[in-house]
Design a protein around this ligand. Structure first.
Ligand code: 6PG
Length: 253
């Protein structure tokens, strides 16, 4: 019998308080990971939602184990490194260029390759980094995800082949114009993580968040994120939580 998902939902009056709790989560998970394994391995998303958190983390001045931290990407658009749509460009500008993380600890998705080749190369990079045998899975300490209005997360869109991927750790995501071809961690990889945190803000995400948390969620990629041996955390502001039938108590800290 499948055990119920280990899932926590917290609602905040505004993004500032939500980012503050995310900073505490990051601090706790990073310290615990270094104690457990000697390193902290996280995969980060792009988009608009996490920008203020990345800025808050960069400016926190906290004594975090950056020299033992490794940053991977949850997904990337296959555009040149300096392109405005590049997730890495944003993550570097808002976070990585402001913290003492060694350059070799930043594991960027290769954007100069075709989608399938890029996904294959990133799959291999994870296998090498985690020292995986044939059917092992990478266990990220934390994966930070956003939520699209259509229920997508990372670059796993409804109906995408990568949703039911049983082997590849990263998959190509071919989008119609005007968006870009992308590469994404597969659901297989995401669900092997210790902790998955969704950051969701804005009324435009209320319908998607309600569907993911309360159903019907058939085929919604974000609803398929259920870490097998880990836990998922949804941090949302009151705008995004506005349609929830049974919202948890508001976090006022
Ligand atoms: C990306 C993200 C994507 C994002 C959602 C939400 O590359 O755009 O990985 O999955 O998290 O689309 O985007 P916003 O945070 O901009 O609303």
């Amino acid at each position: 019998m499948n055990k119920p998902p280990d899932r926590r939902v917290s609602i905040f009056p505004n993004k500032r308080t939500m980012d503050g709790v995310m900073l505490e989560e990051w601090s706790a998970v990073s310290q615990a990971s270094v104690l457990r394994s000697g390193r902290f391995v996280a995969a980060l998303s792009g988009g608009r939602t996490p920008v203020s958190f990345y800025e808050r983390l960069a400016a926190s001045g906290r004594d975090l184990p950056w020299e033992k931290t490794h940053i991977f990407q949850a997904d990337e658009r296959l555009v040149p490194a300096g392109h405005p749509a590049s997730n890495l460009r944003m993550i570097e500008a808002k976070l990585l260029h402001h913290v003492p993380i060694p350059a070799v600890n930043v594991h960027a998705m290769p954007v100069e390759l075709a989608p399938g080749a890029s996904a294959g190369a990133y799959d291999q990079e994870m296998r090498d980094f985690f020292g995986l045998k044939e059917w092992d899975l990478p266990r990220f300490d934390l994966i930070l995800l956003g939520l699209g209005e259509d229920g997508h997360t990372a670059s796993l869109f409804p109906g995408a082949e990568g949703l039911w991927e049983g082997r590849r750790l990263a998959v190509p995501a071919l989008r119609p114009a005007p968006d870009h071809d992308r590469v994404s961690l597969s659901l297989l990889t995401i669900n092997a993580a210790h902790v998955v945190v969704f950051l969701v803000t804005g009324e435009d995400k209320a319908s998607a968040l309600k569907a993911v948390l309360e159903g019907p969620s058939e085929g919604l990629p974000a609803a398929m994120v259920r870490p097998r041996e880990g836990r998922s955390v949804f941090l949302a502001d009151k705008g995004a939580a506005g349609l929830l039938a049974a919202p948890p108590r508001m976090n006022m800290i």
